[in-house]
Structure formats: C-alpha cells, structure tokens
Design a protein around this ligand. Structure first.
Ligand SMILES: C[S@@+](CC[C@H](N)C(=O)[O-])C[C@H]1O[C@@H](n2cnc3c(N)ncnc32)[C@H](O)[C@@H]1O
Length: 400
C-alpha cells in the first residue's frame, strides 16, 4: 500500500475509534495526520531473533537463521534479506554480524528444546550522533563442553574485527540462560566488549526556526528511547506548539527517557519539572540527562507509580502548587482509575492543561470519555504516524 493510502486508512481508523466520543463532544475536531519524515529506514532500534525453523520451507531445518519471528509463532523464523525499517548502515552491520555468527559454526537457539547458543541481535542506531550499539544475546548453558573452542574463537574475532570496530560504538553481549524468549531477564548478565555501556543521542527541535534547540541523551543498551528519532523531533516540536509556551510547573507522570521535557525545557528554562516514573534505573538516567542538559536545578524526580505517588508522598503536593501542565505518555494500557480520580481532584483545585500522548487510541478514547465527565474539556485531536508500513498509530491531545 502506498504511504498516502496508509495515512488515509490510519486517519479513518482514528475517526472510527473516536466516533462515539464525537457524539458526546460534537465540536471535537480530528486534525490532519502528521506523517513520519521517513516512510522507510526510520527505526533506530531493531530486535532480530535467531531460530532453527524456517517457516517458508516447513520441512527444512537449519541452525543458521536470524530474522523475525513469524507472527504468532514462537519457533518459526521468516526469511528476509534485509529490513526496510532500518538504515543501510544498520542493515550492513546486521548482515556482517549474521555472517560472523554463521561462520562461527555455533548453533542458534532452539526455542522448542531451550538449547544452543545465539538468541537475539539488537541493533540501535543514533542518527544525529552517527553511533551504533549492538547487543548480542546468547544462551551458554548447553554449550560448555561441545563448543567451548568455537565460542572462544568467536568472541576473539568479535574483539578484533576491524569492520565491527569501525562501525559499532558499543558492543554488548548478554548472557541469558533464562527460558523466556526475551533479550534479558532478572538472571541475565551483560558485558561490554568495547567502548562504553552508554551511548549518546541528540534531539534537535525546530530545526529551521529561530528557536532551534539541541538536547543530549545518555542511553544504555536497555533504556527506552523513542524509536523513530526524526518523528520524535517533529512530534515534540508539535507538542511545543500545542502547549504554546510553559510557565510554572510541569508534572510528567510517565517520563522514562524524559526526552520530551528535556527538549522542551531548553526553551522554557523558567519552568520546573516534577518527574514520576516506575522504573528506578530510568530515574538514575533522568538525573544524569537533566545534568548534562543544564536543567537539573529545575527538576524533582521520584521513582514511583503515578497512581500511588501522591498518596504515598504527601509532600509532593507542595511541589505542584504552580501547576501549568500535566503530561501522560503511558504504555498501551489505559490510565489507572485512581489516576483518573486524582486528575479530576487536581483539576478541581488547579487550572492546568493535560497533554496526553498515546500509542493506543482505543484505550485513549476510553480515558477521554472518563476525563471529560468531570472538569476537563477537549476540542482537538492530533493523530501522528510514527510507524509507517505498520498498523500502529499515535495520537496526541490536550485537555483544558
Ligand atoms: C511510552 S513510555 C514514556 C516515554 C517518555 N514520554 C519519553 O519520551 O521518553 C511509558 C513509561 O511509563 C512507565 N510506566 C509504566 N507504568 C507506570 C506507572 N504505573 N507509573 C509510572 N510510570 C509508569 C514505563 O516504565 C515507561 O517508561
């Protein structure tokens, strides 16, 4: 399907989802969809799986496959030659490492019997700093006797290889002997073969305009980062326009990599930020990123769940007495009912804007319906396409 038709279809899907809400709020306007600056080659992170079974040729087994899982299949791997979603550079790194793995003579992991070596290959590319991070995940338990020499030889090649050294900034190996089909687990251990655990990316907002800003982010192999960098830059510039400008305090309830507010605070240095995030490691990184962007004095960080944070930390209330905006960018689930009640209570006392960014318009539609029952008003929805060639759609909205 052409990209133009994909956008048309996605717009119709959003219209469909919000049909019911439009009955409740007839003046609600769905703005034209903001498209991704790149139709292909836009992902900065890709996770390939190694696997034994070739889906297209059911009866042929091979111990050398690395691609994507066939949809809904845990052990079948779809054969592709290169991936349209990542850049040429990331594709060349992918092909090269695939070749090294193949030539090593070490077997790929078999998801049916939970044995053998290669499990996943994660490639992350930072487009503004031209850095690539690779994380190769392996299962070591069943290898010790039979393949010891081959494994050591393979690790030695990785350490010395000129192509890898010239093209990859950080090479990590994750030893994951856990059964679940994930890159890391509670019991896995990651080691860096060279360079640092962290690499850095820039986000550049309002590139062609007077108020252009650049922010720097430190990212580790497992940190979340918006997966379409060009899109993130466009979206955050748009969010900035939607909020117009910020004075006083901003409360970010799902901050993770803090990318939005660090980018925006570069222009709004007079505001304060209260950050809440459930993953403690993310807060450690958030503090560091605030520091390298010179905004740490404006920030207060808390590792907690958004729906409980204000009950368990009553002193938080005093930090948001000058509240200007609240931002929520939750995972795919809808907002917890306690959080909705908290937002209702807060809105009764304070006049603030609520900026909601969602990667799941279905749960978002339900949340809007609830929020407008009490105190909140909405007049515009902004659909954005972060993931061309897939069915995913993001939507941003502001409630007054
Ligand atoms: C879509 S990401 C937000 C990304 C962020 N806005 C950014 O630009 O980097 C959702 C975040 O919500 C966090 N999270 C999930 N449940 C949470 C909860 N109950 N309270 C606080 N944070 C939560 C996740 O750890 C994740 O970092």
């Amino acid at each position: 399907m052409s990209y133009k038709n994909q956008l048309k279809l996605k717009y119709e899907i959003v219209e469909d989802w919000f049909e019911r809400i439009k009955k409740q709020i007839p003046e609600l306007e769905i703005l034209p969809i903001i498209w991704s600056p790149l139709e292909k080659w836009y992902r900065n992170k890709i996770e390939f799986s190694f696997g034994v079974y070739i889906s297209e040729r059911e009866n042929i087994e091979s111990r050398r496959n690395i691609w994507f899982h066939k949809q809904w299949e845990f052990s079948k791997i779809v054969d592709i030659d290169s991936c349209w979603l990542i850049s040429d550079k990331a594709n060349s790194v992918f092909k090269y490492i695939k070749g090294l793995c193949y030539n090593s003579g070490l077997p790929v992991f078999d998801q049916k019997i939970h044995q053998w070596f290669f499990r996943h290959l994660v490639i992350r590319e930072w487009v503004n700093t031209d850095q690539i991070l690779v994380n190769l995940s392996v299962f070591e338990d069943s290898l010790k006797k039979t393949y010891n020499d081959k494994r050591n030889e393979f690790l030695d090649i990785l350490q010395k290889d000129e192509f890898l050294k010239n093209n990859i900034r950080t090479f990590a190996i994750t030893y994951n002997n856990w059964l679940a089909d994930t890159v890391k687990s509670d019991k896995s251990e990651s080691k860096i073969l060279w360079w640092d655990w962290y690499i850095h990316e820039l986000l550049i907002l309002n590139e062609d305009q007077e108020n252009k800003t650049e922010s720097t982010f430190r990212i580790s192999p497992f940190s979340f980062f918006q997966t379409n960098t060009f899109w993130a830059q466009k979206l955050f510039s748009e969010a900035q326009k939607m909020l117009w400008y910020v004075k006083w305090t901003i409360l970010d309830l799902y901050c993770w990599t803090w990318t939005i507010w660090i980018s925006l605070l570069k222009n709004w240095i007079w505001s304060d930020l209260v950050w809440i995030e459930i993953v403690e490691d993310a807060i450690t990184d958030a503090k560091h990123n605030a520091k390298i962007n010179w905004i740490e004095n404006n920030c207060f960080f808390l590792a907690a769940s958004s729906e409980k944070a204000f009950n368990t930390n009553p002193e938080l209330k005093s930090k948001i007495k000058n509240l200007w905006a609240v931002i929520v960018d939750p995972p795919r689930d809808w907002l917890h009912k306690n959080l909705i009640s908290f937002l209702w209570e807060l809105k009764k006392e304070l006049d603030f804007k609520l900026l909601y960014i969602s990667c799941n318009p279905i749960t978002m539609a339900r949340d809007i319906q609830l929020l407008v029952e009490n105190w909140f008003k909405i007049n515009k929805l902004q659909p954005v396409d972060m993931f061309p060639q897939t069915h995913h759609i993001e939507v941003i909205w502001i409630l007054y």
